[in-house]
Design a protein. Structure first.
Length: 292
């Protein structure tokens, strides 16, 4: 069985791109599930899959984050990875789907877990906002704050891989320099800018529509939002990215990893073992065949 991928809400589980991509397990909040039931569910996942990789946004309420760590501590398991992603909710959902794709490849659980940070570099996550007055996750100038009070103003904002903010009609958001698809989720904002202007400018190969994650209005500071994320959809390209990074062995828990930090125990790779090319981030190249 493939390594289990888990999330903290059902709206972080995007439809699969193919028939091979498995779904993700949902780990409910303490308000929705008792600790006893949560422990039982995690035990079943471990028995069925061997390893569990749980991904959640950095904006997840503290009580829910504590629940995840409590489960891992009470089960005394080193086979549960808890990965906090500093991405907008739709960006998290994109990485979750990519992790689901990788989970059926011939990578070890440790390599899949540590691949989340690598994949995040290639997700262009942003939103079209009707106001930036309450936006606190991307730097906003006083001038932009003032413009947000002008009726009809709209702002294009990028949170990843680097912060950007432009007033629609006066600037452009810098997009990826490689082939991507775009997923779009509409909130309480009416506009064709994302699909009619941004998508052609970024030369995206396909546009997908999705449901806006429940956490998105809080993350962006407004319900007047259209969230989007450009991503690498091809499993052969994802496989090539991950397989091209040198693999190491965690000196603390002994699991295999890529990059500079273990996905399961969070131990950093000793400085002497760090590869000379740093994080291993590279431009996507010619696709190769994935493993079985």
């Amino acid at each position: 069985m493939p390594t289990a991928i888990a999330v903290t809400s059902a709206d972080l589980v995007l439809p699969p791109n193919d028939h091979q991509t498995p779904t993700a397990a949902v780990l409910p909040s303490p308000d929705d599930q008792s600790l006893e039931a949560a422990l039982a569910d995690m035990t079943v996942l471990l028995e069925q899959h061997g390893y569990v990789i749980a991904l959640y946004p950095a904006s997840l309420p503290v009580a829910h984050q504590r629940r995840l760590h409590t489960i891992r501590a009470m089960l005394e398991s080193d086979r549960i990875a808890l990965l906090k992603l500093d991405l907008p909710p739709l960006g998290v959902a994109v990485v979750v789907r990519q992790m689901r794709q990788l989970s059926v490849c011939d990578f070890s659980a440790g390599v899949v877990a540590s691949a989340a940070r690598l994949l995040s570099h290639y997700v262009y996550a942003g939103a079209l906002l009707g106001s930036v007055a309450k936006l606190d996750r991307v730097p906003v100038s006083l001038k932009a704050h003032a413009k947000s009070w002008v009726p009809g103003s709209q702002f294009g904002v990028m949170a990843n891989p680097r912060p950007q903010l432009v007033k629609v009609g006066t600037g452009e958001l810098q997009g990826p320099e490689f082939g991507t698809q775009l997923v779009v989720a509409n909130g309480q904002l009416q506009s064709e800018w994302v699909t009619g202007t941004l998508a052609p400018a970024w030369r995206v190969q396909q546009v997908q529509e999705s449901v806006l994650p429940a956490e998105s209005p809080r993350w962006w500071g407004t319900a007047r939002v259209i969230e989007f994320a450009a991503f690498l959809p091809d499993i052969s390209v994802l496989y090539q990215l991950v397989s091209s990074v040198r693999r190491e062995v965690c000196s603390w828990c002994g699991i295999q990893l890529i990059g500079d930090r273990c996905g399961f125990c969070s131990a950093p790779l000793p400085a002497a073992d760090l590869p000379g090319h740093g994080s291993g981030v590279r431009s996507p190249g010619t696709p190769v065949h994935q493993g079985s």
